[in-house]
Design a protein around this ligand. Structure first.
Ligand code: IMP
Length: 181
């Protein structure tokens, strides 16, 4: 059995909820009251953030899910992510907000935005709960960011390490990374 290391709390559940509420206010102000927002969450990590954000938005929003997988070599951090689960709904002519847990090198989100923009949404914006700009390998503009962090590995609030820790209500730091076997 793998050992379960206790993460060091970085953002408490209260702090996360407060920041999500602030993001929701910001997002609401940027969209016309009559526009119907379509939230496209990136699985798996983005699902907890999506649920809290959706409930904090003072407007009805529709939701959908997409999943990307990265294939690359262990020695090279550059890769071309592939879509392994597409959105179920058409997005042409809609106001789409991509909901991402964390942006690291930026390759996943950049590839996803490329694919989605080909479908001609009316608008395509991004909200990331966490951003690690020091790790960026591609140029990427994020519309809304919850917290900017250093080059640290974080878990909790939907984020995992080897499929563990997603259930934690807070975001915590894993240092050093645990062994999986
Ligand atoms: P990117 O393509 O390098 O931006 O990778 C983004 C994806 O890597 C995220 O959606 C996460 O699944 C994963 N990831 C990157 N950094 C972390 C982290 O600190 N904790 C957990 N997952 C991470």
């Amino acid at each position: 059995m793998p050992q379960c290391q206790e993460p060091v709390e970085l953002f408490s559940a209260d702090k996360l909820h407060a920041r999500v509420r602030e993001l929701a206010v910001e997002i609401n102000a940027d969209y016309a009251p009559e526009s119907s927002l379509h939230l496209a969450a990136v699985l798996k990590g983005g699902f907890v953030f999506l649920v809290d954000l959706m409930r904090a938005l003072a407007r009805p929003a529709t939701i959908d899910f997409v999943a990307m997988k990265s294939y690359g070599s262990e020695t090279c951090s550059q890769y071309i992510p592939r879509m392994v689960k597409d959105l179920e709904e058409e997005i042409t002519g809609r106001d789409v907000l991509v909901v991402e847990d964390i942006v690291d090198t930026g390759q996943t989100l950049s590839r996803l935005l490329e694919k989605l923009s080909e479908r001609n949404p009316r608008s395509l914006r991004t909200v990331a709960l966490l951003n690690k700009p020091s790790r960026r390998l591609v140029s990427l503009e994020l519309d809304y960011v919850g917290f900017t962090i250093d080059n640290q590995f974080v878990v909790g609030y939907g984020l995992d390490y080897a499929e563990r820790y997603r259930h934690l209500p807070y975001i915590g730091l894993l240092e050093p990374l645990p062994q999986t076997e």
